[in-house]
Design a protein around this ligand. Structure first.
Ligand code: BES
Ligand code: MN
Ligand code: ZN
Length: 484
């Protein structure tokens, strides 16, 4: 799908589907408004109306999409509306599609074009790798998208940025959507090496032997019973400098979470191929950052293992020595994410980072707290948390902050080891974050629990499909762009 910016009058340009994003109450060209009854389209949010050209206008079809009240329109309104529009274009098999906006909003040209490019790209995303008997309905693709704008420079900049970010989001979605038999820790390592090669980013993958030699006790304990060996992955974009911040970005890469000996019930286990979503967010963010050439030093760290039962699996009651030297009492083998992340968070110290941030599908409890509508945020540093919240609002990948009071951090102390990996049901998401914080030292630390936002069972945005969302990439790019 290629994008072009146009300045002409949309109704005089040929296209298969001209999509008009219209603010509520905005005045439409008479050529259009005379073709329908006023009550049929007012521009209220998500309303659509399909009109046919009949020779009076150049496009074969025109789709009106309502944006709602102009004062309430933000970039996500455009992202959703563009996705709605592109889905209609796919249904109608329109290869050439155009977008224009009518009415006043507070969104500037660059942000508007970026949001339209993002909505059109994500709205036409499909994951068909494993389908063998596809009908051409499913494989039809929009060839060209034209965006009408009076400011070509800004619009082009917006589209270019949007497409860079989308490359990251789609990389993340594809990895998460693939089955766990394919996306093993080895494969995640290979993806990182390929990404490094594509963009000239330093990439290193540590195998089992190196993990043993260097003392990655957490990752080894979790990955022990799987035939697919664990990996630790290091990506380094940019370099340390006075001007640019160093951010360590960590991802949970559990390629499959069976629960281990504390095995999960059958009903939900298939969904656990999504347990490497945090690692996908790290790779996707790296992809976007490299394309955008952001002036930062970004270290991506991925702890990857497959959590399986077996005769040599870690048992409930075992004690493991993590990379930091701290001992962890394993009370529940299904609380494995925090155990591998402990090693990664400690490893990040060697970069003396300005912030350590991790993305992890860490707890089922976060779904109970927030539903699918926000990612859980837990931080030891208020300034860092505030930056993340701002980025969340800007990117429409919302986060909601929970407390990390000392009382919670007390809860993770073990009777016979330094910390324990499970504290029972009360405050389950917070205590998992408190466990991670025990490995962050004095570095500003933030944990993002994406267990409820990485996977959409029923899509809540027009630009989501059932499956992986690629959550976190848009938010992290916003965060890194705005970091001071
Ligand atoms: N990977 C799961 C969390 C999860 C749940 C991710 C649902 C995506 C969707 C995690 O490893 C886990 O099993 N957490 C346990 C922790 C408990 C044993 C302390 C949980 O949430 O039940
Ligand atoms: Mn688990
Ligand atoms: Zn897990």
């Amino acid at each position: 799908m290629k994008f072009n910016i146009k300045t002409d009058n949309l109704l005089e340009e040929k296209s298969d589907l001209a999509i008009i994003l219209s603010v509520k109450g905005a005045e439409l060209p008479e050529k259009l408004s005379e073709r329908f009854l006023a009550d049929d389209f007012s521009g209220k949010a998500k309303q659509t109306l399909l009109l046919y050209g009949h020779g009076t206008v150049s496009p074969a079809r025109v789709l009106l999409v309502g944006l709602g009240e102009g004062s309430k329109v933000d970039t996500d309104t455009f992202r959703n509306a563009a996705a709605l529009g592109i889905k209609e274009a796919l249904r109608l098999k329109g290869a050439l599609v155009s977008f224009t906006t009518i009415g006043e909003t507070g969104v500037d040209e660059q942000a508007r074009s970026q949001a339209i490019a993002e909505g059109a790209t994500l709205g036409s995303y499909r994951f068909l790798d494993y389908k063998t008997d596809l009908e051409d309905d499913a494989t039809f693709e929009v060839k060209e998208v034209q965006i009408f704008s009076q400011d070509v420079g800004k619009a082009e900049k917006g589209v270019a940025e949007g497409l860079a970010v989308m490359a990251g989001v789609i990389l993340a979605r594809n990895l998460v959507n693939k089955p766990a038999a394919e996306v093993t820790p080895t494969r995640i390592g290979e993806e990182a090496l390929a990404l490094g090669k594509r963009h000239g980013i330093k990439a290193t993958v540590l195998g089992l032997k190196e993990l043993q030699e260097q003392g990655f006790g957490g990752i080894i304990a979790v990955g022990k019973a799987s035939a697919n060996e664990p990996r630790f992955i290091i990506l380094e974009y940019g370099e340390p400098s006075e001007e640019a911040p160093t951010i360590a970005l960590i991802g949970k890469g559990i390629s499959f979470d069976s629960g281990g000996l504390d095995i999960k019930p059958a009903g939900n286990m298939a969904a656990m191929k999504c347990d490497m979503s945090g690692s996908a967010t790290v790779l996707g963010t790296m992809e976007a950052v490299a394309r955008l050439k952001l002036p930062i030093h970004l270290v991506g760290l991925i702890a990857s293992a497959e959590n399986m039962p077996g005769s040599n699996a870690t048992r409930p009651g075992d004690i493991v020595k993590s990379l930091s030297g701290k001992t962890i009492e394993i009370l529940n083998t299904d609380a494995e994410g925090r155990v591998i992340l402990a090693d990664a968070i400690h490893y990040a110290h060697r970069y003396n980072p300005d912030a350590i941030i991790d993305f992890a599908t860490l707890t089922g409890a976060i779904l109970i707290a927030l539903g699918n509508h926000a990612t859980g945020l837990f931080s030891t540093d208020q300034a860092l948390a505030d930056k993340i919240k701002t980025a969340g609002e800007k990117s429409a990948e919302r986060v909601w902050e929970f407390p990390l009071w000392p009382e919670y951090r007390e809860m993770v102390k073990s009777d016979i080891a330094d910390v324990k990996n499970s504290t029972g049901r009360p405050a389950g998401s917070i205590t998992s974050a408190a466990f991670l914080a025990a490995f962050a030292g004095d570095y500003p630390f933030a944990h993002l629990d994406i267990a409820a936002t990485a996977w959409a069972e029923t899509p809540i945005k027009a630009y989501h499909y059932k499956g992986a969302t690629g959550v976190g990439v848009r938010m992290m790019v916003e965060f890194l762009k705005g970091y001071k």
